[in-house]
Structure formats: structure tokens, C-alpha cells
Design a protein. Structure first.
Length: 500
């Protein structure tokens, strides 16, 4: 009964005209972001962070959440029609989805992608609602030692699941931790690494870093690549798949949903990894694996269900523990802090309307996305004709205005440009920026919990292994690193990211 009453509270919040409007806006922006290659949801969320400052907390989080899972829908549209995945999570969809389009079955492919995403989103919303209670109960047993170990597990996961060299991922995490500690030491009151700049006394602002690394840098790199604007000629007369195809794809949808739900909760997991894993499973268990890559409809249903489920269940550790499992969730932590909300298990008890309102909005957003995607396909595809050279100046101006509006200082704009240049450098040398932002967000929190644990234990570091939950999390960290160095695992990991 508690679950039903909590969901009733959530729908009462999500169904207000203002929150419905922001849910629709987030879904609309997310679809647009998914359709346009090179403009990722993390880029958009980073750019829009400053503009959420004036919104109510529930409205801000509902809109940003809609952008994230809405992008998973939009990415499939161009992946199927023009073999151009709008999101990394839609790369697998191109393998069979585009082949179906070339065979004159673009309509069924798009419909199955939308249905699979909706089914997965609905089930994932139920999973979030039911898992939040036990997760929050467990979180209340956490002390400073457990929080430190949990954050260390999150950073370890980001290293293991980051594309490219693990050594570079470790370096990016350490660099992020270092930049996160800039500012006044709260214990001694002395400045650390401020280089004499008074503006850095409160630390490096999260918004300039996020917009620089994920906004301007990603777009600048995309601007330097040749863009293929040739559109495929297709027909959507027979949009809906047959009942036989729906029955054929239902098991694949459910398997993809389960895989995505599990991987979405894991640190460093999310939509992209979920879609690759779901496709690999379907190909492995198929009676005729040779059909995959030639227009197998299960090859569209499974990854689309997985990426949407993975996107939504990645909110579980964020909402219940206050720990971001990936870079986008780190930006969501930033959005909560901008609103004056301390992420953690207390959110569920102290602000139940916010907590359950966001969860209820996810189901409403998935319902809206069905309406937005299928009838408006021609609009989304036509947007691909807009050259990036025309969009880039407007987006940069938008970034500058947003960054300046937070602190009303030009110093933040300079910081943004510095991190944009650093972001371009990171991308060019093959160092993924996501581990950096996770380290940057978690660095101050890790330091705070480490110091608190050491104070409680009177300087005895054994506290981290004497407490069972903390010791278990540290064992998981060690296991992840051991798995990473195994030759078979490293080879498989390189193959997966080479496909991306």
C-alpha cells in the first residue's frame, strides 16, 4: 500500500500543468538531441543547467530526466532511416534497423523501436519505484566509511567501462579528483591550488566545467568532421508491424529490458553498454544468428529496450544513494546542488514529492515520446539538413549566457573556454572526459567522508575493512580491477569499444 500511495503522490506532482509542460519539453528536446548526431544528452543537460536555477526543483529534474531518456528514442530514428545513430546507444540499432529500412520495412522497424522503448520504460519505472524502498533502507545503514567505499566503487566502474585505455581513464579520474579539491580547505581554512585567484576560493564551478567539457568541446570536435547529409528515400505507408512480428519481438524486448535494468544500476553502466549487451545476447541465443545484421527485427527490439531501461534505472543509485553512476547522473547531481538539495537517502524521506514526482514523470514522459516520435518522423529527419556550422555559433552564445548567469562573472566564461580547450585535447588524445567529471563531482564528497571516517576511528584506516558493507564494496572494487587485467576480458572489452 505504501508503494501505491507513494506513486499517487508522485502522479499528483507530475500531473500538474507546469510539470506536465516541462516533461513534454524535456521529451521534445531529448528527441531532438537524439536525432542530431554530435549533440549528446550530456551536452544538452550541461548547457541547460544554468537555466534550471530559476525553476522549482521537481520541474527542473523532470525536464532534465526527459532529455536523457528522450534522447534514447530519438537516436533510433536516424539510426534506422539514414544509418546515422544520433546516440552511442543507437549504434547497434543501425546493424539491423537500417537493413530493414533498405528492404522497405522502415515503418515496422521504427514502430518496434518505439514500442520496445515504451515497454522497457514502463517496466523500468516500476523497477525504480519498487527498488527505491529497499535501496533507501540500505542507504540509511551507511556511515562515512561506506559512502567513501561506494564512491570509490563508482569511480572504479567508470574506469572499467570507459572507452579507450584504462590507464587514461585512471588518469582522468585522478585529474578530476585534483580539480575537485581546488578551493578553501574546510578544516584548515587555507586556500588550496587557487594560484592566488580569489574567484577560486569556493572551488571551480561545476557549470563552467560541464559546459566546457561536454558542450563546446564535443561540438567543436563534431564541427571538424565531414557531415553526410544524404537522406535515404523511404516510405512509411505500412508503419505498424504485424502481430507475428510483435509476438516474435516480445521475448527480445523483455530480455533487453532485464539486461538494461541490471546494467543501468551498475556504476559506469548505462544505455550504451546495455544496448551492446542485449544485442550480443539475442545473437547468441538465436536459432539462426546469420539473420542478424541483415534485417532481424529482434536486433532492433532488444537494444532499443535495453538502452531505454538502462537510461532510466541509472537513476536508482542517484535518487536513493546520491551517487552518480555515470557522467549524465553526475550532471543531475549538479542540478540538485544548484537547487540547494543535498543528494542522498534523505531526499526520499525529506522531499517525497520531489522523489516520487520524478519517478512518476518517467512513465508520463515515455507515453509522450510515443506520440512525439512516430507521427513527427519527417520533421526530425528534415532537421539533419541543418549544417553544424550554422548551429555552432548560436550554441556557443547560449553556453556563454548560461555560464555567466550563474555567478554573474566573466571569470566563469574564461573557465568554460579553458575547459573547452582541455576537452578538445582529451578527445584528440583518446581520453574520455566522463571519468574526469565523475572524479570532479565525487572528489570533495570522498574527501569529506574519508576525513569523517578517519576522525570517527581516531586515525585508524582499518575502519574501511572492519565494517562489513564497506569491506564488501572495496572487494567489488578490487574484483573489477582484477577482471579488467584478465587477457580475455581486455580483448573482449577492446572489441566492444572498437565497434562503437
Amino acid at each position: 500500500m505504501d508503494l501505491i500511495s507513494n506513486l499517487a503522490t508522485g502522479f499528483a506532482v507530475a500531473l500538474t500543468p507546469m510539470n506536465l509542460g516541462f516533461c513534454l519539453l524535456g521529451a521534445l528536446i531529448g528527441t531532438l538531441v537524439g536525432v542530431l548526431p554530435g549533440i549528446a544528452p550530456i551536452t544538452t543537460i550541461a548547457i541547460l543547467l544554468p537555466f534550471t536555477f530559476s525553476l522549482p526543483p521537481a520541474s527542473a529534474l523532470i525536464m532534465l530526466s526527459g532529455i536523457f531518456y528522450g534522447a534514447q528514442y530519438g537516436g533510433s530514428t536516424t539510426a534506422i532511416l539514414v544509418n546515422l545513430p544520433g546516440e552511442s546507444s543507437s549504434i547497434v540499432t543501425t546493424l539491423d534497423g537500417h537493413q530493414m529500412a533498405k528492404q522497405g520495412r522502415a515503418g515496422p522497424a521504427l514502430a518496434i523501436a518505439a514500442i520496445a522503448s515504451f515497454v522497457a520504460g514502463t517496466i523500468a519505472t516500476v523497477i525504480i519505484a519498487t527498488a527505491s524502498g529497499p535501496m533507501s533502507w540500505l542507504a540509511l545503514k551507511f556511515t562515512a566509511a561506506e559512502y567513501f567505499s561506494l564512491m570509490l566503487l563508482g569511480l572504479t566502474g567508470s574506469v572499467v567501462l570507459a572507452a579507450g585505455s584504462p590507464a587514461k581513464a585512471v588518469a582522468m579520474v585522478l585529474l578530476g579528483l585534483l580539480f575537485g579539491l581546488v578551493g578553501i580547505d574546510v578544516n584548515t581554512g587555507l586556500p588550496r591550488m587557487t594560484m592566488g585567484y580569489g574567484e577560486l576560493g569556493d572551488g571551480i564551478g561545476f557549470v563552467p566545467v560541464a559546459i566546457g567539457l561536454f558542450g563546446i568541446a564535443e561540438l567543436a570536435v563534431t564541427l571538424g568532421k565531414p557531415q553526410d547529409r544524404s537522406l535515404l528515400s523511404f516510405s512509411l505507408k505500412n508503419l505498424w508491424p504485424s502481430w507475428a512480428e510483435i509476438r516474435q519481438t516480445t521475448p527480445a524486448m523483455l530480455r533487453g529490458t532485464i539486461i538494461g535494468s541490471v546494467l543501468g544500476v551498475l556504476p559506469g553502466g548505462g544505455a550504451a553498454l546495455s544496448s551492446f549487451a542485449a544485442y550480443a545476447v539475442e545473437k547468441k541465443i538465436a536459432k539462426d544468428p546469420k539473420r542478424f545484421g541483415r534485417g532481424a527485427i529482434e536486433g532492433v527490439a532488444a537494444p532499443e529496450a535495453a538502452n531505454n531501461a538502462g537510461a532510466q534505472t541509472s537513476f536508482i543509485p542517484l535518487l536513493t544513494l546520491g551517487i552518480p553512476g555515470n557522467a549524465i547522473m553526475a550532471l543531475m547531481v549538479g542540478a540538485m546542488m544548484i537547487q540547494g538539495i543535498q543528494p542522498g537517502p534523505q531526499v526520499m524521506t525529506a522531499q517525497p514529492q520531489l522523489f516520487w514526482g520524478v519517478i512518476a514523470s518517467m512513465w508520463l514522459g515515455n507515453l509522450m515520446l510515443i506520440v512525439l516520435n512516430l507521427p513527427m518522423i519527417w520533421l526530425w529527419v528534415s532537421l539533419l539538413r541543418v549544417p553544424y556550422r550554422l548551429m555552432f555559433p548560436a550554441i556557443v552564445l547560449f553556453c556563454c549566457i548560461g555560464t555567466y548567469s550563474i555567478g554573474n562573472t566573466v571569470f566563469d566564461i574564461w573557465l568554460m573556454l579553458i575547459f573547452a580547450a582541455a576537452g578538445v585535447f582529451f578527445i584528440k588524445v583518446g581520453a574520455e572526459p566522463a571519468p574526469f567529471i565523475l572524479g570532479f563531482i565525487l572528489g570533495p564528497l570522498m574527501e569529506e567522508n574519508f576525513r569523517r571516517a578517519m576522525n570517527l576511528s581516531r586515525g585508524d584506516p582499518m575502519i574501511f575493512v572492519q565494517r562489513p558493507i564497506s569491506a564488501f564494496l572495496l572487494v567489488l572494487c578490487l574484483a573489477l580491477f582484477v577482471i579488467l587485467v584478465l587477457p580475455a576480458v581486455r580483448k573482449k572489452r577492446e572489441e566492444v569499444f572498437q565497434e562503437e
